[in-house]
Design a protein around this ligand. Structure first.
Ligand SMILES: [Zn+2]
Length: 415
């Protein structure tokens, strides 16, 4: 078995690994580079058969539904099979109703289920569900020609599914020849650094909601399902109803997990902002709307008792909230990567918050393993070779792990 990292050996984003055995090939991830301003085919790695013309490309396995791992699927022929988590596939399908054409929909292919192996030509693939900020994320074990390659995908040990991390460490896949392990956190924390846990985040939210006399606005991604759970639980702890829009309602339903907050739950309500109402009309999403309207609230509800709600906020809510006159005493909590603010992407939002005198707080934790957890993970797997991927600091790997063998983008190597 041979492998080539097309992108990701020294950067976060655009992850793509090609694996070859007896002339047959699969790809692991086909991500959009993080600095790509547009999703164009010119970012495609030089892989034969992405246009469907070469059957020795057997398919593409996607570790999880984050754009830096699947974004370039937009430019792949429908003839190329794609495998990913069954729930992840449904979430992307549900999300696509709200951003038509913007996000690629994975081609038909394989449904990854944790612990269930399947064969793709000469490759035996075994997905392992991992704790990450994307729903239904997997690490992938690829076996062929008597060799075993383990690709970590993105993962962490401090989220709501930290038990998966503990289980992996306690009963790690062994006899691994090459471990491709992400190192996102290495450019952010020192060797013993850790991140707050998702339960810490829940407590911080509860404190923030408690201290807020008006509407709590929480700005996060509806696809970060772990975070939605933290916000929901904090809202419940402080007597607030979590208000979601139709997009979030559809994503939560698409997980197929009835233990996750859903639009018909008692402490959840649906509020449909104006631009979404127009979108529903334009794309005939009336059935979806009626399915999620069990606990629908309107502007008068928000303005009548803003302190009873925690709204999953998106910038498109601004006009609606102004019109509803429900912003007195409001508090805005940003709960995503702060880099977007540092890059000036939300300058317009800063101005809007200031014009209404709304304070801004950031409550967040990383979707990636801390260096300490990475060390525990790599030690448990004890692979013959540890190959850096998805990190801006591959140079730090030898300080943390034994048997590091770095491979540059585009270099083919024997597993
Ligand atoms: Zn990710």
């Amino acid at each position: 078995m041979r492998a080539c990292i097309h992108r990701g050996s020294k950067e976060i984003g655009g992850s793509c690994i090609e694996v070859e055995q007896s002339g047959q090939r699969i790809l692991l991830d086909l991500g959009l580079p993080l600095d790509a301003e547009f999703n164009t085919p010119r970012f495609l790695p030089p892989v034969r058969g992405l246009d469907g013309s070469d059957p020795s490309l057997l398919g593409i396995l996607i570790s999880h539904p984050h754009l830096d791992h699947y974004g370039l699927l937009a430019h792949v022929s429908p003839a190329v099979k794609v495998g990913l988590g069954a729930s992840a596939r449904r979430v992307l399908r549900a999300a696509s109703d709200f951003v038509p054409g913007e996000w690629p929909l994975p081609n038909a292919g394989w449904d990854c289920r944790s612990g269930k192996s399947f064969d793709v030509g000469p490759f035996r693939v075994t997905p392992y569900l991992v704790d990450h900020s994307a729903y239904d994320a997997h690490a992938l074990l690829i076996e062929s020609g008597g060799k075993r390659l383990f690709y970590s995908g993105d993962f962490r040990g401090h989220g709501r599914k930290s038990a998966l991390f503990e289980r992996m460490v306690a009963d790690a896949p062994r006899d691994i020849d090459a471990l491709l392990v992400e190192g996102s956190s290495l450019s952010r924390l020192d060797a013993n650094g850790t991140f707050p846990t998702e339960s810490d985040v829940e407590t911080q939210f509860a404190d923030a909601f408690h201290q807020t006399h008006g509407l709590a606005l929480v700005h996060t991604s509806a696809q970060n399902v772990d975070r939605i759970v933290s916000i929901y639980r904090a809202a419940k702890r402080t007597g607030r109803t979590l208000v979601i829009d139709l997009y979030a309602a559809a994503v939560l339903e698409a997980t197929g997990n009835t233990n996750l907050p859903q639009s018909h739950w008692d402490s959840v309500a649906l509020y449909v902002p104006h631009t979404q109402r127009l979108h529903i009309k334009k794309y005939f999403l009336f059935e979806l709307l009626s399915k999620h309207s069990h606990n629908r609230v309107f502007e008068r509800d928000l303005s009548g008792a803003p302190d009873r709600y925690a709204l999953l906020f998106r910038p498109l809510h601004r006009n609606d909230l102004e019109r509803a006159r429900c912003l007195a005493g409001a508090h805005y909590v940003y709960s995503q990567w702060e880099g977007y603010w540092d890059r000036g992407m939300y300058d317009y939002l800063r101005a809007w918050l200031e014009s209404h005198g709304i304070p801004r707080t950031c409550i967040h934790t990383s979707g990636h393993a801390s260096p300490r957890d990475l060390k525990t993970f790599v030690q448990a797997i004890d692979a013959k070779h540890v190959v850096p991927i998805h990190s801006f600091r591959p140079d730090l790997y030898p300080d943390l792990f034994a048997n590091v063998e770095a491979h540059a983008d585009g270099e083919w190597w024997r597993v």
